[in-house]
Design a protein around this ligand. Structure first.
Ligand SMILES: NC(=O)C1=CN([C@@H]2O[C@H](COP(=O)(O)OP(=O)(O)OC[C@H]3O[C@@H](n4cnc5c(N)ncnc54)[C@H](OP(=O)(O)O)[C@@H]3O)[C@@H](O)[C@H]2O)C=CC1
Ligand SMILES: O=C1O[C@H](COP(=O)(O)O)[C@@H](O)[C@H](O)[C@H]1O
Length: 501
C-alpha cells in the first residue's frame, strides 16, 4: 500500500529504446520507481529504435540491464512480469515522418483503455544530431500543443557551443513551450547534490559564514578513473570542458553559490541559479591561459594493467587535441563572492573516482595560543562529498588531550549511509524521471540557464580551439592530472585538495 502520491497516468516514449542509456540507466530507474510504488497506476513505456526485437527479446534485453546495472542488482526481479507487461517496443525510423502514426495510435489506445487523457512524455535518448529532426516531427503531431500533459526530455549534450544551444532552444520553442521542455543534467538528480540546498537553506548555522568574509576559496573536483568506455566518437567532439564543466560542474557551483530561494518553485530556484552564472566573471581571451588548464592522458598503467593513451582509443584522431582534463579558476562578481577564487577540475583516468566540494575558511583573525601549539594548525574546511563517498565533513581544531595546549585538526562527519542506510537512496535518473511524470521542472535546466553556462565556457573553448596544445599528452593515467594545473593553483598559494581514498 503506497502512502505517497503517484504521478498521473502516463505514456512514456523512449527514443533510443534500444540504446545504452536506456539499457543501463532509464529502464533500471523506471523499474525501481515501480518497485517503490512511484510509477503511475496506469502507465505504458514504449522503447523506440530501428533494431528488430520481438517483444520477448526486448524484455529479456531490458531485464539483463536491470540485473547488471540497477542499484538493487536485480534481486527483486520477481516483479518484472507485472512491470514488463506495460513495456512495449516500436520498431521505427525516427527520421521517417510517416512512422509517427504509431505514436498517436498508442496514445489514443491507452486513452480509450484507461478512460483518462494521459501524460505523454517523449524522452530523446538519442545522439544530439537526431534531436532536431525528432522534435520537429513530434511537433507536427496533434499531441504537443497540450501544454499540461505533453513533455519532451532532452539528454545531454545540449548543444555543442553557445550558438548551437541557442539554435536548439529556438527550434524546440517552436513546438513546445518552455514548461514542456525538460533538459536533463543527471547530477542535479543526485541525492547528495540536492542535499546542498538542504544544508545551506534548512540550517541557520552555515549561511552567516557562507560568503567572502569567511571563505578563503572553494574547490570543486569531479575526477574519474575511467576512460572513454567505448564513447570515443562522442568524446572526441566534446572534451572535458564541454562534457563535465559546462553542465555538471557549473550546476554544482550554482548550488554552492546561489542566494537563498524564497520558495521551492521551479522558476524561483532556477532564477537564483542563473544569477550565479550571469555573475561569473567573463574571461578575457588573453587571460585564459592563466585561469584554465587542459590536459590529455598518455598511455600508462593503472593497478598493474596497461592503459592505452587517449590518442590510441577507438574513434579518436591519433593527433587529437581533445581535452580529457580541464581545470578552471572562476570568480563570481557579486557581493557575496567578490574576490573568492573557485577552482574546479575534472578529468578521465585520474587517480581516484571522487566528486566533492570543499569550502576552505579564512584563518582565525588572531592566534592567541603558544606558537608551538599551532604546529599542526589547519584552516577550517567544510567538505561535501557527492560520490562515491556520500558525506559532509567539517574540519576544526581541537585540543589534543594532555597537560599542554596542543592543537590538532579533527573532523565532524555526517555520513549518508551510516545515517540513513545504503539501500534505498534513489538514483539520479529515478528522481528525474519521477519529476518529469509529476511535471516538476525544478531539477532541470531552463533555456537561459543552458545558454548562460555556455557563455561562461565559450572564451576558454574558443581560445583552446584557436591555439592547439603543444604538450599533449601531458598527464599519466592514475595521476592527478597535468603539472600545469598544480602550478595554476600554487600561484595563489593553494593546492588541490585530494581526499584520502
Ligand atoms: N550512455 C550513457 O551512459 C549516457 C548517454 N547520454 C546521452 O544519451 C543519448 C543516447 O546515448 P546512448 O544510449 O549511449 O547512445 P546509443 O548509441 O547506445 O543509442 C542510440 C539510440 O538511438 C537510436 N537511433 C539512432 N538512429 C535512429 C533512428 N533513425 N531512428 C530511431 N532510433 C534511432 C538507436 O537505435 P537503433 O540503432 O536501434 O536504431 C539507439 O537506440 C546521447 O545524447 C548521449 O550523449 C548521456 C549521459 C550518459
Ligand atoms: O555526463 C557524463 O557524466 C559521466 C560521469 O557521471 P557520474 O554520475 O558517473 O559521475 C561521465 O563519465 C561522462 O563522460 C559524462 O558524459
Amino acid at each position: 500500500m503506497t502512502n505517497h502520491k503517484r504521478p498521473p497516468a502516463s505514456v512514456l516514449f523512449i527514443f533510443g529504446g534500444s540504446g545504452d542509456l536506456n539499457y543501463r540507466k532509464l529502464t533500471p530507474a523506471l523499474y525501481n520507481l515501480f518497485l517503490d510504488d512511484y510509477m503511475p497506476e496506469k502507465f505504458e513505456i514504449a522503447g523506440i529504435g530501428r533494431s528488430a526485437y520481438t517483444i520477448d527479446a526486448y524484455h529479456e534485453h531490458l531485464k539483463d540491464g536491470i540485473t547488471k546495472f540497477s542499484r538493487r542488482k536485480g534481486e527483486e526481479n520477481g516483479h518484472w512480469d507485472n512491470f514488463s507487461k506495460n513495456v512495449t517496443y516500436l520498431q521505427m525510423d525516427a527520421e521517417d515522418q510517416t512512422a509517427y502514426s504509431v505514436i498517436t495510435d498508442l496514445v489514443k489506445a491507452k486513452e480509450a483503455e484507461w478512460g483518462v487523457h494521459p501524460n505523454v512524455i517523449f524522452y530523446l535518448a538519442v545522439a544530439p544530431q537526431l534531436v532536431p529532426a525528432i522534435a520537429t516531427k513530434l511537433g507536427s503531431l496533434n499531441l504537443c500543443s497540450d501544454k499540461a500533459c505533453t513533455r519532451i526530455v532532452i539528454e545531454k549534450p545540449f548543444g555543442h557551443d553557445l550558438q548551437s544551444a541557442h539554435d536548439l532552444n529556438t527550434l524546440l520553442g517552436r513546438m513546445f513551450s518552455e514548461e514542456q521542455i525538460y533538459r536533463i543534467d543527471h547530477y542535479l538528480g543526485k541525492e547528495t547534490v540536492q542535499n546542498i540546498i538542504a544544508l545551506r537553506f534548512a540550517n541557520a548555522l552555515f549561511e552567516p559564514v557562507w560568503n567572502r568574509n569567511f571563505i578563503d576559496h572553494i574547490q570543486i573536483t569531479a575526477s574519474e578513473t575511467v576512460g572513454l568506455e567505448g564513447r570515443g566518437g562522442y568524446y572526441e567532439n566534446s572534451g572535458a570542458l564541454r562534457d563535465m564543466v559546462q553542465n555538471h560542474i557549473l550546476q554544482i557551483l550554482c548550488m554552492v553559490a546561489m542566494e537563498a530561494p524564497v520558495s521551492f518553485d521551479a522558476n524561483e530556484i532556477r532564477n537564483k541559479k542563473v544569477d550565479v552564472l550571469n555573475a561569473i566573471r567573463p574571461f578575457a581571451k588573453e587571460k585564459v591561459h592563466e585561469n584554465a588548464v587542459r590536459g590529455q592522458y598518455s598511455k600508462g598503467w593503472r593497478e598493474g594493467k596497461p592503459v592505452p593513451g587517449y590518442r590510441e582509443e577507438k574513434g579518436v584522431n591519433p593527433e587529437s587535441a581533445t581535452d580529457t582534463y580541464a581545470a578552471v579558476k572562476f570568480f563570481i562578481d557579486n557581493w557575496r563572492w567578490q574576490g573568492v577564487p573557485i577552482y574546479v577540475r575534472t578529468g578521465k583516468h585520474l587517480h581516484q573516482k571522487a566528486t566533492n566540494i570543499t569550502l576552505q575558511f579564512r584563518p582565525a583573525p588572531h592566534f592567541a595560543f603558544p606558537a608551538e601549539s599551532g604546529e599542526t594548525w589547519r584552516p577550517n574546511r567544510l567538505t561535501i562529498s557527492i560520490q562515491p563517498e556520500m558525506d559532509i565533513r567539517l574540519r576544526f581544531q581541537a585540543k589534543r588531550p594532555g597537560q599542554s595546549m596542543m592543537l590538532e585538526p579533527v573532523e565532524m562527519v555526517f555520513n549518508f549511509d551510516a545515517q540513513f542506510g545504503d539501500q534505498h537512496a534513489p538514483e539520479a535518473y529515478e528522481t528525474l524521471l519521477l519529476d518529469v511524470m509529476e511535471g516538476d521542472a525544478t531539477l532541470f535546466m531552463r533555456a537561459d540557464q543552458v545558454e548562460a553556462a555556455w557563455k561562461v565556457v565559450m572564451p576558454i573553448l574558443e581560445t583552446w580551439e584557436n591555439r592547439p596544445p603543444v604538450d599533449f599528452p601531458n598527464y599519466a593515467p592514475d595521476s592527478w592530472g597535468p603539472e600545469e594545473a598544480d602550478a595554476m593553483i600554487a600561484r595563489d598559494n593553494h593546492s588541490w585538495i585530494n581526499l584520502p581514498k
